[in-house]
Design a protein around this ligand. Structure first.
Ligand code: FE
Length: 361
């Protein structure tokens, strides 16, 4: 989902040497500082350093706006989520990072468990981010929301045949279900939600039932499952909403064609609701610019920033005062799982264990 092409448009700056030490191969450093006047009288404390797995033109514009409004210079180190968390751990208290922005509660919770984040009290964040979309100890805040839905082959499946995640384990779907591997944090979090809602035993039975109905041994990522449905390998795939949005808006006409042959279905609408997850931000334990980091999360959670921030990746805003994009609205409103997302992190280890036990590759 990375749009690497915009990297070239961003000014490459050099951060403090400590930040770049041990830099993983594909990380890049950019600055959202906007010309003169952004720094206040050479006061280098007016800065905030972000480790982020996002690379969108929209983000760049938002960060520039933040710099303009506050005079705080923003430096961004981009990289893959797990690598950024590993890097934070490796750097320890010497890390120059103030803010970690990454996708999925499972990952945010891992950072929390390793002591890499810290609690933040903020009235603005309490107001902008609903209780269930943030860490129960305020160590991370959800900023965008995605749903893990079903996509189906419109020419072979009538949506009236679909109902719940649980129904996908019915023998009628034998060899028809496409889903990525158990190493995917998205599947771990999905199962973690079932552990929270239905208990361990039922969650395990569900995972086993899905393995029994898989059209193939899991391979590829979410979009590959959608493509496999269109190629006739199976009838229904489990995928995150933004990947459908990305396919539909792809610069590759073949991907657009794939999206157009698929329908989107929000499962469990009459029962426990569709699984949701977030992309979010947490202030690092090592932060040297904590106040600036908090200001930046507050800014990103604000009504004026939320729509743009979410739409960059075809996601739903976390701030309930902000409407989703027209595309997302066209899929209709839906009932969400009613759990505190902190649970997804807390149940992650159990979920991984179950996925291994049932042979989900
Ligand atoms: Fe993703």
């Amino acid at each position: 989902m990375k749009k690497r092409s915009i990297a070239g448009m961003l000014a490459i700056l050099t951060l403090a040497g400590a930040v770049l030490t041990g830099c993983s191969g594909n990380s890049s450093t950019t600055s959202a500082q906007t010309g003169s006047g952004s720094q206040q009288g050479g006061n280098t404390s007016q800065v905030v350093n972000i480790y982020s797995d996002r690379n969108y033109e929209t983000d760049k514009q938002l960060l520039e706006q933040f710099s303009k409004e506050t005079g705080i210079k923003v430096n961004v180190i981009e990289g893959k989520s797990d690598e950024l968390i590993e890097r934070l751990a490796r750097e320890g208290k010497d890390s120059q990072a103030d803010l970690l922005i990454t996708a999925d509660v499972g990952r945010l919770h891992r950072a929390k468990e390793q002591g890499l984040l810290q609690s933040v009290q903020s009235d603005t964040l309490s107001k902008n981010v609903p209780e269930n979309l943030k860490d129960k100890d305020n160590q991370w805040y959800g900023l965008t929301v995605r749903a893990r839905v079903l996509v189906y082959a419109k020419d072979r499946v009538n949506p009236s045949q679909l109902s719940t995640y649980e129904d996908l384990t019915d023998p009628k779907w034998n060899k028809k279900i496409l889903v990525r591997g158990s190493d995917s944090i998205y599947n771990q979090s999905l199962l973690a939600s079932f552990i929270a809602i239905n208990g361990e035993e039922k969650a395990k039975a569900w995972a086993k039932g899905i393995v029994d109905n898989m059209a193939r041994t899991p391979k590829g990522a979410d979009r590959d499952q959608a493509k496999a449905v269109v190629a006739g390998e199976g009838d229904v795939a489990i995928m995150n909403t933004y990947y459908y949005g990305l396919l539909l808006n792809s610069s590759d006409p073949e991907e657009v064609k794939v999206a157009k042959q698929l329908g989107v279905f929000f499962p469990n609408q009459n029962t426990t609701g569709t699984h949701i997850n977030v992309s979010g931000a947490g202030v690092t334990a090592s932060s040297k610019n904590k106040e600036n980091a908090i200001k930046l999360i507050e800014f990103l959670s604000s009504e004026k920033a939320q729509k743009q921030f979410a739409e960059a990746n075809f996601e739903y805003p976390a701030n309930p005062a902000v409407e989703p994009s027209e595309l997302l609205k066209s899929w209709g409103t839906f009932k969400r799982q009613d759990i505190n997302l902190t649970k997804l992190g807390e149940n992650n280890k159990k979920a991984v264990e179950i996925l291994n036990q049932v042979g989900w590759k």
